[in-house]
Structures are given as structure tokens and as C-alpha cells.
Ligand binder design. Structure first.
Ligand SMILES: [Zn+2]
Length: 375
């Protein structure tokens, strides 16, 4: 166990949000290809690291930063103002899609709220604005008056689009942008088809959503899954290689077996036994990059406590209080890319049960680390 390195006192304790603002975020518009409508993801600036920063560390942090702390109760709501309101059938299909993701057996939970101020996932149905969602924790950068997900066409019989957008919110990217897919595009065919009415995509939008390959670290080493819910219908003439897709690709629909495997790897079912931390007793964290460990802490005295990681891990730490068997968020910290430790100082009440989630964003080679609670 390495020596505890206390965090700078000036560091804010409550923010786990990536640094992006509304003014730096732009959205792509209009997504129809022939009779098929496509999702077009918002363009979000990529986090920058200081010059000389280890590029592998940066790419692993970027890849893992999108994931939520497992066991989080993600709250969603539907806007009810005239422009953004969906029909009862559309709202119902989105609810069903949340239930379908949950039914895989993931540790995340979803809860519907009526007040957008209380929801991380805020859903609109603005016609003509396409279907899109921010990816994972990116949605925390969006002001609470704005949408984090939109359905721009009638989805009352389009269950897959609802599943797809929720997939982005869980941290999934487009499958055809998987660099392991080995797709060679007839790029000009793709640009040409999507630029024509009624699609009207710019080359930049087509590149962002189709042709651009993801950073290899962002795909968790998985192979291409043509039947993923995150895969598009690809038109004939777009794919050069693999040749069997030169006449197009139509995924079978619904969540694929690999979709379910991926989401359960990062959001496994809640463990029956979660270890309890004792005051001043550090515990080693052994989880690999991208994975998570959880602990309970039950104070014997009501007072301020310091909860912090130890060592050189890049982590996101979330502190919640267990109320009615569910974690209620209190605070979080993200020490990724900094030579500090995740740290939360908060007054805790005796005999209440607190949950601490540690998501490992990056573990250096041979890097050890742990967690400790002190006074
Ligand atoms: Zn999409």
C-alpha cells in the first residue's frame, strides 16, 4: 500500500463532470436515408491533456470516462412542453426500452421523474432534429433545461431507435466505427448518398457518424458485431470490405448477444456481499481498467470524514447513502489525468450506510492503489 497523498485543499469535491459547456457543443441535423432514419450523435469537444502526457494513459482515461459508476440510479424524464413533447405511444416505447436494458440484469437502475431538474437523462421528441444522445457521462455537461436525448421522427413503432439512443447514454458508440471491424468504405458513395436530399448531411456529419474510426481504446478490445443495436443499416455500395457486406447490411434488430455481454461487463449485477471499510484501514483495489469496486462505510460517530484513494490509479469515486435499499447520490470526484487522489470530505451520520463506488479509469503498469477512510 502506498503512502496516502492528500488532495489539494482547493480542489472542488463535488464535480465529476467532464469540462465541456453548451457553447462548445454543436448538434448535427436531419437524418434520413431513403426511407431509413439514422441517429446522428452530437459533436462534443474531446478532452485535452497537457503536452507530454502519456498518450496511452490519455486514451484509456477517455475511453473509460464515459461509463457511469455501476449501481447508479439514473433518472430520466420526458419534456412536456409543446415542442419537445412525445405522444403517449412514443413515451411508452422509450420506457419499454429502458426496461429492456435493465432486464439484461445490469447493476444500473433507471427511475422516471417528472421534473427535468431531477433527471440526468432528459428526453425530447423535437421533429426534424434527428435521433441522438450524448455518450455516457457526457450528459452531465448539458444544462438541466436542455435535452440529452432526442427522437426527431415518430418512434411509436421504432423500438430499436429507442434502444440505440439509450445505448449511447450507457456509454456505447457506433459499432461500424469500431476500428476492429476492418471496414473499408467506398467513402465517396457514403458522402454522396447522405448529402443528397432528403438527407442533407454535410461531409463532416457523415464522417463523424459513419466513417471516422474510434480510438482503439474506446471499443474495449471487442470485435465488430454487425448485429449490435449500435450498428446502422448500411446501404449497398458503401462497404468495400468485408466483401459480404458490399450489398449492404441489415442488423437483425434488438440487443445482440455481444451488446448484452458488453453492458454486463461494465455494469454487472449488484454483488450480494459488498465489503465494509473500517476507519483508518486501507484496502487494496485490484479492479482492472474500466472496472469498478464498491465498499460500504457505516460511521460509528456523526462527524466529517475523508474518503480517498491511495496510489497512482486514475479513478472516479462516488459516495451515496443507502436509503430504502437504493443508493442516493451525495458527492463524487474524478482524479483522472491529475497526480492527485479522488477525495471526498463530508459529514456522515452515525449508523447510516454509505456506498462508495470506485471506477478505475486507468491503472499504470504495476500500479497499485487502494482506498481509506480517515477523520
Ligand atoms: Zn447513434
Amino acid at each position: 500500500m502506498k503512502k496516502i497523498t492528500p488532495k489539494s485543499k482547493s480542489t472542488k469535491l463535488t464535480s465529476t463532470k467532464p469540462k465541456a459547456t453548451k457553447s462548445t457543443v454543436t448538434r448535427s441535423k436531419i437524418k434520413k436515408i431513403g426511407s431509413k432514419s439514422f441517429c446522428a450523435m452530437p459533436v462534443v469537444p474531446i478532452r485535452e491533456f497537457p503536452s507530454g502526457f502519456d498518450p496511452r494513459r490519455a486514451s484509456v482515461i477517455l475511453s473509460n470516462s464515459a461509463k457511469w459508476a455501476n449501481m447508479t440510479v439514473l433518472k430520466y424524464c420526458f419534456f412536456t412542453n409543446a415542442n419537445w413533447k412525445g405522444s403517449a405511444a412514443e413515451v411508452s416505447i422509450v420506457r419499454s426500452a429502458f426496461n429492456t436494458w435493465k432486464a439484461i440484469g445490469i447493476g444500473l437502475e433507471f427511475q422516471e421523474m417528472t421534473d427535468p431538474e431531477e433527471a440526468e437523462i432528459r428526453i425530447g421528441f423535437l421533429r426534424g432534429d434527428g435521433a441522438w444522445s450524448y455518450v455516457g457521462r457526457e450528459i452531465l455537461t448539458i444544462p438541466s433545461t436542455d435535452r440529452t436525448m432526442n427522437f426527431g421522427w415518430d418512434i411509436s413503432s421504432d423500438f430499436d431507435t429507442a434502444l440505440h439512443e439509450i445505448g449511447h447514454t450507457l456509454g456505447l458508440h457506433h459499432e461500424h466505427q469500431n476500428p476492429n471491424a476492418g471496414i473499408e468504405w467506398n467513402e465517396e458513395n457514403v458522402y454522396r448518398d447522405l448529402a443528397q436530399p432528403p438527407n442533407s448531411w454535410s461531409r463532416a456529419t457523415t464522417h463523424h457518424n459513419i466513417l471516422k474510426k474510434l480510438n482503439p481504446a474506446e471499443v474495449d478490445g471487442s470485435n465488430w458485431d454487425p448485429n449490435s443495436i449500435m450498428e446502422y443499416n448500411l446501404a449497398p455500395g458503401w462497404v468495400k470490405k468485408p466483401e459480404q457486406f458490399s450489398n449492404g447490411l441489415t442488423p437483425v434488430g434488438g440487443l445482440s448477444s455481444d451488446d448484452k455481454t458488453w453492458v454486463k461487463k461494465f455494469y454487472p449485477p449488484k454483488r450480494k456481499i459488498i465489503p465494509e471499510l473500517k476507519l483508518f484501514q486501507s484496502v487494496e483495489i485490484t479492479a482492472a481498467d474500466g472496472l469498478q469496486e464498491d465498499f460500504y462505510f457505516i460511521p460509528k460517530v456523526s462527524k466529517k470524514y475523508k474518503i480517498q484513494t491511495i496510489g497512482k490509479l486514475d479513478t472516479v469515486m462516488v459516495l451515496s447513502e443507502m436509503i430504502g435499499g437504493r443508493p442516493v447520490y451525495l458527492s463524487g470526484d474524478d482524479d483522472s489525468g491529475k497526480d492527485l487522489n479522488s477525495f471526498i470530505e463530508m459529514r456522515l451520520i452515525k449508523n447510516r450506510k454509505y456506498l462508495i463506488n470506485i471506477r478505475i479509469l486507468y491503472r499504470p503498469a504495476n500500479g497499485s492503489g487502494g482506498i481509506v477512510v480517515t477523520k
